[in-house]
Design a binder for this molecule. Structure first.
Ligand SMILES: Cc1cc2nc3c(=O)[nH]c(=O)nc-3n(C[C@H](O)[C@H](O)[C@H](O)COP(=O)(O)O)c2cc1C
Length: 194
């Protein structure tokens, strides 16, 4: 099969990853793939913060602090779940969006552009023999986390974490939905339009 389609049709998310993460050259390719995202008005809304393995425990700590500060229940099992998920991750990329400050391009279009950039990153990661997982857990929607990660509270949106690395266990292929359930034909109908 065409190798590009082969990669697109075999990608799946892998939550639990370990070292090795992307090399500098691989990360460069992954980020270049992000720059191929469609971007109405050339807003360049993508913002990525690279959080290397040695800084990940501090990231978990700050999410816990932000949760407590926001009055969220922080049971041990939840904290343990975060720590377990991230304990071996070699690279986390915090994903942000800076929509068009003039409002000419609607915010949803910038959010979509960031989403497509992340999709390209996931596909590039997979094509390089690595894997990734996008999560909006661990305090993504707490202002304290976005702020501590350096996202401007007024002008930027924090959109979660992309964890990249080598699968700890090779995933079983997951069956995908039949696209025909979501696709229909449309054609002009003069009677309905009248
Ligand atoms: C914006 C976004 C946020 C997500 N956040 C979470 C999350 O917090 N927790 C989770 O278990 N899966 C989350 N997912 C889903 C996983 O990233 C992944 O897509 C899902 O496990 C299905 O795997 P697949 O990509 O192989 O279909 C999120 C997906 C997207 C697009």
């Amino acid at each position: 099969m065409n190798p590009i389609l082969d990669a697109l049709l075999s990608r799946q998310s892998v939550k639990f990853v370990q070292a090795p993460g992307p090399t500098a050259e691989q990360l460069d390719l992954i980020l270049q793939a992000a720059m191929r995202a469609p971007d109405h008005g050339a807003i360049r809304p993508w913002r990525f913060r690279l959080i290397r393995q040695e800084h990940v425990p501090a990231l978990v700590d700050l999410a816990i602090r932000a949760g407590l500060a926001a009055g969220k229940p922080m049971p041990d099992f939840k904290i343990q779940k975060w720590r377990t998920w991230l304990s071996k991750v070699p690279l986390v990329i915090a994903i942000g969006c800076r929509p068009d400050p003039t409002g000419r391009i609607r915010e949803q279009e910038s959010l979509l552009s960031v989403g497509t950039a992340v999709m390209n990153m996931l596909n590039a990661t997979h094509a390089l023999g690595l894997a990734g997982f996008w999560s909006t857990g661990m305090g993504t929607y707490l202002d304290g986390v976005a702020e501590a990660l350096g996202f401007d509270a007024l002008d930027e949106r924090f959109m979660g974490y992309l964890a990249l690395g080598t699968p700890i266990q090779q995933p079983e292929p997951v069956a995908r939905p039949d696209y025909s359930d979501f696709v229909s034909e449309w054609q002009f109908d003069a009677e309905i339009s009248a």
